[in-house]
Structure formats: C-alpha cells, structure tokens
Write a protein that binds this ligand. Structure first.
Ligand SMILES: Cc1cc2nc3c(=O)[nH]c(=O)nc-3n(C[C@H](O)[C@H](O)[C@H](O)COP(=O)(O)OP(=O)(O)OC[C@H]3O[C@@H](n4cnc5c(N)ncnc54)[C@H](O)[C@@H]3O)c2cc1C
Length: 468
C-alpha cells in the first residue's frame, strides 16, 4: 500500500498548495504538523521568554483547527504533535509504512538542517520530496541563479518585474486520499502547549483581531480587494499607525501560509481588471516582492542570517526597550502595542528597530529575537532580513538607515494621537508634538528618555509652542 506523509510547516492551506497535488494519488495520506519543543523555550541565556509567544501560538492553533476542518471535508485529517521533528517523522514513517514524505522548501537554515537530517534518517526506499510554494516566484522562474541574487532589493525588483510572470494559484483539491488505518489524529488542546498563556487575547485598542485559518485569510483578502477597499488607497495610507485598514494586515496569514503570495497577487490583478490599476494596487505587489526578496536572501545567507550563534545577554537598555519603558513616547507606544496585540505597523517596526540599534546601541539580534517572540506574523526570512537591513548588516550593508524618531513623529504623528492612544497619560497633554517630548512640556510629570541622541538637537520642540 502506498502512503504519503505531508509535513505541513508554513503552508497551512489547501488552495495553491503543491504538496497536495498528485499525478497519481497514494492509497493513503497522513497529514502532520509538528511543533518543535525548541519553539517553546527561550532563545538564549538570560532571556525568560519563549521563541514563540502567546499571540503566534493562538493564531497557529486557530489555523491548525481550520486546516483540520478543511482536510476532514475532503476525506483526510490532521495529526498535530509537539515533538522533535526528525525523530517524530522517522517514527511515523516506520509505523505507517510511509514511502514518500513531502514538505515545503524552507527559507530557514534551521528547517533546512532538519530536512538534511531527515534525509539521512529515512530508510532506503522512502522518498523525501521538498516542493516549492508560498512565494510569488519559484526558483526555476528567477531570471538569475539563486546564488547570483542581486545585492539590493531595487536591483532584484527591476530584474523580476522585467522578466517574470507570476503563475496563477492552483485551486484546492476537491478530495484527498483516505487516512491511514489506525493512525492517530487530532490536536492537543492549546492549553497543553501554552500553559497560562492560552488565555491571551489581543487588546481591543489594536482595533483589529486576527483569526487564524485559510478561510479567515481569504475573507481578509476579499475585504482588502473589494471596491473601495484598502487596496484602492494603500499607497497613501500604508504609513499609518492607528486603525484597522491603513495596510492590508495580511501578514499573519502569509507568514503561516494560510494564504500564498500568488493568491494575493491574483486578487490584486482581479481588482485591477475590475476597477483599474493604480499606484496603490501596484504598491501591494511591490511589498510582496520585498517578501520574496527576503525569502531568497535567507536561502542564500543560511546560518549567517542570524549573525553569530549565541545571543548576547540582555542589558538594561534592551529591557527598557522591550517593555516600552525608554521614556521616548514614539518607541514606548509601539512596544506596548506590540506586546498588547502581537502586531505593529511597518512604520513603527522600522522606528523601534532603528532606535534600539542606532540610538541605544543594542545588538540587533536581541531585537530580532524579541520580535520573533512577540509578533503574530513572525516570518523567519522577513523578520531577520528586515532587522539586518535596518541594522545595516548583511547583503546590502549601509550605515545611513537611521530613523530620526522625532522627525518621524513630526511627520507621521504630528498630533500625538498614536502615542496618546497607547500611553494614556499623554492624552492629558494638548494634542500636538509636545506629546512626543513630554519631559520638556511637563517636566514635573515626565522624565527625559534614557538617551537624547545628538541627531535630535534640531528636532527639539519648543515647549512654549506646545503650550499655546
Ligand atoms: C524590523 C522589522 C521586522 C519585520 N518582521 C516581519 C515579520 O516577522 N513578518 C512579516 O511578515 N513582516 C515583517 N516585517 C515587514 C513588515 O513590517 C510587515 O510585513 C507588515 O508591517 C505587515 O503588515 P501588513 O500585512 O499590513 O503589510 P502591508 O503593508 O499591507 O504589505 C502587504 C504584505 O507585503 C509583505 N511585506 C510588506 N512589507 C514587507 C517588508 N518590509 N518585508 C517583507 N515583507 C513585507 C507582507 O507579507 C505584507 O503582509 C518586518 C519589518 C521590520 C522593519
């Protein structure tokens, strides 16, 4: 009897999932998701938070429950286990006489190493078939060898835009081969993998609640791409800070693969066909190219993506940053939003990352590790790639990626609405730039921040101006 094992990873969907497409279907299909215990422990010494935080665990479990529902509808099922992946897979292969294991080609070296170990562990005769998926382009469609990936995003984008066509997404399978006889099935309850953290709920002040799963991702995509939806004005609104619809908010579904980039691309093209292409619709695809770029860059960087292996111990500046306690409202508001909701706008991510690395002088890897813990949309390539980019290390190193926070605040939060939203004490101050320098406006109530960078000399706000 032929049995195929599908190892689901960051591809928790049925639509546009090449793992579920068969020329000649096996007689039995075992669908498995494995949560590695490494995800549930701290990333380094002196750090007391797990790599996968509560927002992502919750979203992951919602997505797995939804995936199981879709698989059941098609005559299959899902088995979820917490366990070291290679050993667990080897055991399942032996127990159920599996002759083929399918898995998505990973971006990360960590998963790549697991695949290499799995290939060594599997008995002869069992095929390991990594398949690509999730990105706009597959390797064969790239207009260069992956090793010759252009050093900058702009050069990459120009090459792919000029030479490549994004394939249409594949439809979801209608039926699937049956479940192997006697194989166990189902998920452990979330409380078992989360402990007390399973009670975590996003703070309603975030204005948007993520629910994991393919149907929820497709529903958000349809809302973004409806007539007059976010896509119609994204180019103008994408740097927003407050509200549900200034950007697509598709990232958690893309990160876990509840949606593929090609599905988003198709929806954007359909919207353009119906209502006319504009700068905004183009810009959504532009951002998806960033995502592809970081995927291919991560494949090239290998272990180097994460910098030197051991994380440095956290210091007081890092602790203040991650707790949203630096005294600088624009940073503290964002870090509190992140902790309370698991999500942060791109503008805020860039600012807090730059502040940690360039102003506080903290090692960028600690910031990336905290984001890995805190983000609901954590994606290995996008997270570590963006951190390297802001820190000015890696493929496209530049020292000038400095965000002058006070200038940024003047530009993107001139009334101080964002900072007052997350730091209610600031709402007592008059709306305006003074909310970004409360230690100058009301020194009796607010202490100056831990650092006052030299670059802010020209950005200091005149307290008289703020009081009037
Ligand atoms: C320090 C830092 C860390 C980040 N970590 C992550 C991460 O772990 N996971 C993640 O998905 N994004 C990450 N980003 C990129 C970006 O901030 C988020 O993708 C975006 O804010 C998610 O919101 P959205 O879905 O509304 O994005 P939109 O602005 O609506 O963009 C649409 C989609 O394009 C992709 N995208 C947009 N910007 C980027 C970018 N700069 N890099 C890669 N893909 C992008 C995302 O898939 C996003 O969902 C990070 C950015 C920074 C500066």
């Amino acid at each position: 009897m032929s049995t195929t094992l599908i190892w689901f990873t960051e591809d928790l969907r049925l639509g546009d999932n090449p793992l579920l497409s068969f020329e000649s279907p096996p007689e039995a299909l075992l669908c498995v998701y494995l949560l590695s215990p490494e995800q549930l422990v701290p990333p380094g010494e002196g750090l007391d938070w797990p790599r996968m935080g509560a927002p992502r665990r919750r979203f992951l479990w919602q997505s797995l429950i939804a995936l199981r529902g879709e698989l059941l509808k098609r005559g299959s099922d899902l088995l979820v286990r917490v366990g070291e992946p290679v050993a667990t897979l080897a055991e399942l292969v032996a127990t159920h006489g599996v002759d083929e294991v399918r898995v998505r080609v990973p971006a990360s070296q960590e998963r790549g190493e697991q695949l290499a170990r799995l290939a060594e562990t599997l008995p002869g005769g069992v095929r390991l078939r990594p398949r690509e998926g999730g990105t706009l382009l597959e390797e064969a469609a790239l207009p260069f060898a992956p090793e010759a990936l252009p050093a900058s995003f702009s050069a990459f984008r120009r090459r792919v835009e000029a030479a490549c066509r994004v394939e249409a997404p594949r439809p979801a399978a209608i039926t699937l081969p049956p479940w192997p006889r006697d194989a166990s099935r189902g998920l452990p309850p979330l409380v078992e993998v989360c402990g007390r953290a399973h009670r975590w709920r996003p703070d309603p002040r975030g204005g948007f609640e993520y629910h994991g799963g393919e149907a929820q991702g497709l529903a958000r995509l349809a809302a973004v791409c409806r007539e007059g939806g976010t896509i119609a004005r994204y180019k103008q609104t994408r740097n927003g800070l407050l509200g549900a619809d200034f950007s697509t908010r598709l990232s958690p579904w893309l990160a876990l693969g509840c949606l593929s980039a090609r599905q988003v691309h198709r929806a954007v093209r359909d919207w353009e066909a119906a209502y006319g292409a504009n700068d905004s619709s183009y810009w959504v695809i532009f951002e998806l190219w960033w995502r592809d770029y970081f995927f291919w860059a991560a494949r090239q960087e290998g272990r180097g993506l994460f910098g030197p292996r051991r994380l440095p111990p956290p210091d007081a500046a890092f602790e203040a940053w991650r707790r949203g306690d630096t005294g600088l409202p624009f940073v503290d508001a964002a870090m509190r939003e992140l902790a309370a909701t698991g999500w942060l706008s791109n503008r805020a991510r860039q600012n807090v990352a730059s502040f940690l690395v360039k102003d506080l002088g903290v090692d960028w890897r600690l910031g990336a590790a905290w984001f890995e813990h805190a983000l609901v949309d954590y994606d290995v390539a996008s997270n570590w790639g963006n951190w390297r980019y802001v820190a000015g290390v890696g493929r496209d190193p530049r020292g000038d990626r400095y965000f002058n926070l006070l200038r940024q605040a003047r530009h993107y939060d001139a009334r101080g609405d964002y900072v007052a939203h997350w730091l209610p004490a600031l709402a007592e101050l008059p709306a305006g730039l003074g909310r970004h320098q409360p230690w100058r406006l009301a020194p009796e109530h607010f202490s100056p921040p831990r650092v006052v960078p030299e670059a802010w000399r020209h950005e200091m706000i005149d307290p008289q101006e703020c009081r009037s």
